[in-house]
Design a protein around this ligand. Sequence first.
Ligand SMILES: NC(=O)c1ccc[n+]([C@@H]2O[C@H](COP(=O)([O-])OP(=O)(O)OC[C@H]3O[C@@H](n4cnc5c(N)ncnc54)[C@H](OP(=O)(O)O)[C@@H]3O)[C@@H](O)[C@H]2O)c1
Length: 302
Amino acid sequence: MKYCDVGEVRASRVIVGCMRIADKPLRQVEKIIIEALKAGANTFDHADIYGKGDSETVFGVAVKDLGLKREDFILQSKCGIRQGYYDFSREHILSSVENSLKRLNSEYLDVLLLHRPDTLMEEDEVCEAFNKLQSDGKVRAFGVSNFSPAQIALLRSAGIKISANQVQFSLMQSALVDEGLNVNTQKAEAVDRTGGLLEYCRLHKIRLQAWSPLSYGFMEGVFVGNEKFPALNTCLFRLAEKYGVSPATIAIAWILRHPACMQAVVGSTTPERIAELCKAAEVRLSREEWYELYRATGKTLP
Ligand SMILES: NC(=O)c1ccc[n+]([C@@H]2O[C@H](COP(=O)([O-])OP(=O)(O)OC[C@H]3O[C@@H](n4cnc5c(N)ncnc54)[C@H](OP(=O)(O)O)[C@@H]3O)[C@@H](O)[C@H]2O)c1
């Protein structure tokens, strides 16, 4: 496994996403945690809304059962999405973290992310809430998710240190790199969907975290082994054989190869798959292979 800094937090490049564990048996969740830690993936991604809180609850029970020391793993959670609206008010941020900590059986979160931009956010109010959480020892580092550069800049203008931005990114959802590869062309990929987010995050040392790294569309399904994407799969399977890993692991290695030094938030609930995907950190695709995979999705270079 390879590691990177998220603010002051040392976190694994492969993060275990916990969005799908709410209805999984406790033993399975324990196995996910054990296999992930064995493979070096020490970082677990949560949100207050995953399984209406049940994902955090089952995870909290599992770590207690396993008798893990809190400093041996990294906990990240998110807040700000409510039923039908977004809420970055001080009260909501503070109470959401309090509830997450109770469910997770933890005294603190390593990282807290604001889940989706709230256009009614007031940067000074968010700053106040974050300062309180930090001085109370409840959160070590802060970040956002699905934010544009300008929205991050707004929070930073209030003095908030933003250490991560979690966004959708995969071979089949690659807006982050598409626009930079097609600047000023007439192609559809030239549409500026992120406002230069990739470069903004690199310039400001904000760690990009790629969610749904094996999926296409908005969580429509997995592209690996999917007959809708024959050219991409031919390429994934060939490189998998070359590197002695699974095709899904190659798709994760494609994300990790980018010099932005992103993290990949994998969402599998199968312990063996998670262990396999962690091998992506040890695969370094060549420049030629990286672009070959990109082109195999059907996108062309100008
Ligand atoms: N910030 C945000 O707005 C946001 C949005 C969505 C997700 N997320 C985070 O990102 C994480 C990952 O999202 P995701 O679950 O959509 O990601 P994903 O890794 O693209 O998809 C995981 C799904 O793919 C299935 N899968 C099928 N074949 C697989 C294979 N060969 N290897 C691995 N998995 C395979 C898994 O099934 P099995 O479980 O049966 O293995 C699981 O249902 C979430 O857990 C959450 O933490 C964040």
